[in-house]
Design a protein around this ligand. Structure first.
Ligand code: FAD
Length: 524
């Protein structure tokens, strides 16, 4: 009853709205069990994202109570005379407005009480989760059974649907592949409002298109995620390099290992200025005992590289961990005496970035603009990238956030998914995760960092470094065609088949909704 009253209130508000493509009565007949809201706080949060670079206000926000609600809304949009756009929003952690939709309806997939609780099938080693479930909650549910997903992101307050629409990567990807390689089955509401189950065996075209599909083909309402026995503890090690070739050689060696004699997680980061080594993501080094680059004997123009690895273990096998780690480290060529080790529960390791988030929030440094840039760089060109970017464009300049670098094996990525990676067996993620601050320091300003991002992309273009953007952001279809390369034709075909009116995820700016014409993109 309360829901009905709220809905009526919302619709009355909609009816007084004029000059919009959305016909309010279309929503009046939706009959959703969840809540359709035009409350200013809902509209405001759906207008923003983590990037804080772009803002677009929807007309309404749907808090669905089930996949059926999502299907009802999309069906209404598909059948509507006027047409209106629908964008799923997970936790809104995009950078460039990818989950926003001006004057459309945002489906708020994540949030308290939205969707069914995770259902773990311990015997079959999988969990069924709602598309808006946050990974932290997936972890908590599976740990009750001593199980956990295999492939992660560095940060767990992201939604399942949001990361599966991209790829979902972290230091486990070299071994298990990205998160999209660890999904058995999906329920998806297509752009026609049909609720379809898909997997390798059933509706496989839709399954592969949706994984890494940037929300273009359907809204993921359920994902079946593969599990493994959860480790109890993690030995977490960082070692430093001044020689880039030694660093990448060791990273590539570590991701080539298989069987049990290998690390479970391989990442790394670049330290272009003293501040970075003790930055928010490196809380590992004690703030009371900051690491000084100069004390490490770097004669490399100030640039250092930090390899980060972990070995997971069970308390019952704790006795052998030291030996295993020792044997693996013996093969590496890092700076002598630059080994930093810590040991912690598995959950604390996986949830490590949240600790940094809380610290930054307490200083007012979380809700600031984030002009992030994520690139996949082919292995054969990573030296050129180092020379031109880490030592060139960024070298010795103050920068305001971590720069991650780690390699992955392409054979762990299913080529049938929609995500694009470089044409080489090994490629690197290089992630510039910088925050813009309004503190009078030019090198930390949004304009400076955005210019630097453009400079990096231009350098790659000019030097023929065949990077692919991860979490891509483009504004013209020509750029998208170029980005998707050989995958464009299929991507386009799948769009025609599953979202012919271009209703879904218009914030990605790939396809213009058919009922809006070409002016829509320019208006963003
Ligand atoms: P949103 O921003 O809400 O949505 C992203 C896109 O997915 C939108 O186009 C939206 O329409 C679509 N979408 C959302 N939900 C669904 C759904 N259910 N079905 C279909 N489409 C949907 N990524 C990594 O891979 N590895 C990392 O380690 C990592 N770390 C991060 C750390 C931080 C602090 C942040 C802010 C981001 C990080 N990311 C990382 C990026 C992150 O994976 C993406 O930004 C992801 O899209 C965020 O998920 P979200 O739930 O907030 O998605």
């Amino acid at each position: 009853m309360a829901t009905k009253l709220l809905l009526t209130f919302a619709i009355c508000r909609l009816i007084v709205t004029v000059g919009l493509t959305l016909e309010p009565t279309e929503l009046l007949h939706l009959g959703v069990d969840g809540q359709l809201s035009v409350h200013p706080s809902d509209l405001e949060s759906a207008s923003r994202d983590f990037g804080l670079l772009t803002r677009a206000e929807p007309l309404a926000v749907l808090h669905p109570s089930s996949a059926l609600d999502v299907a009802r809304l999309v069906r209404a949009a598909y059948g509507s005379d006027h047409g209106f756009t629908v964008s799923a929003r997970g936790h809104g952690h995009s950078i460039n407005g990818q989950a926003q939709t001006p004057n459309g309806v945002v489906v708020q997939m994540s949030g308290n009480g939205v969707g069914p609780r995770p259902r773990v099938r311990a015997g079959d080693m999988y969990v069924d989760v709602w598309g808006g479930e946050l990974w932290i909650d997936v972890l908590k549910s599976t740990l009750e059974y001593g199980l956990a997903p295999k492939s992660w992101t560095d940060y767990l307050y992201l939604s399942v649907g949001g990361t599966l629409s991209n790829a979902g990567i972290s230091g486990q990807a070299f071994n298990h592949g990205p998160q999209i390689s660890n999904v058995h089955e999906l329920d998806v509401v297509t752009g026609k409002g049909e609720l379809m189950t898909c997997s390798e065996e059933q509706n496989s075209e839709l399954f592969h298109a949706v994984l890494g599909g940037l929300g273009q083909f359907g809204i993921i309402t359920r994902a079946r995620i593969s599990l493994e026995p959860a480790p109890q503890r993690v030995r977490w090690i960082r070692v430093l390099y001044s020689n880039f070739s030694a660093f990448t050689r060791d990273q590539e060696y570590l991701i080539s290992l298989y069987g049990s004699q290998k690390f479970d997680y391989v990442e790394g980061f670049v330290i272009v200025d003293e501040g970075l080594i003790n930055n928010w993501r490196s809380s590992f080094f004690s703030p009371r005992n900051p690491v000084k680059i100069s004390s490490l004997g770097s004669n490399n123009g100030g640039v250092l590289y930090c390899l980060e690895v972990t070995k997971n273990y069970h308390e019952s096998t704790a006795a052998s961990v030291d030996q295993e780690v020792e044997a693996l480290l013996k093969e590496l060529n890092f700076i002598p005496n630059s080994v930093f080790t810590t040991d912690l529960p598995y959950v604390d390791f996986l949830d490590r970035v949240h600790k940094s988030e809380l610290k930054l929030r307490s200083k007012g440094l979380w809700e600031v603009p984030h002009p992030w840039l994520n690139l996949f760089v082919p292995k054969s060109q990573i030296d050129d990238f180092n020379r031109g970017v880490f030592k060139g464009i960024l070298g010795n300049k103050k920068t305001s956030g971590p720069i991650l670098i780690y390699p992955m094996n392409k054979n762990k990525w299913d080529q049938r998914s929609s995500v694009v990676t470089p044409d080489e067996q090994v490629f690197y993620l290089v992630a510039f995760l910088r925050s813009a601050l309004d503190n009078g320091e030019e090198s930390q300003s949004l304009e400076y960092l955005s210019n630097q991002n453009r400079q990096i992309l231009r350098f790659c273009d000019d030097d023929g470094i065949k990077v692919k953007q991860y979490l891509p952001h483009y504004t013209t279809q020509e750029e998208w065609r170029d980005h998707l390369g050989r995958k464009w034709d299929r991507f386009h075909r799948m769009k025609k088949k599953f979202d012919p009116r271009h209703i879904l995820a218009s914030g990605q700016q790939i396809f213009t909704p058919t009922f809006l014409g070409s002016s829509s993109r320019a208006s963003r």
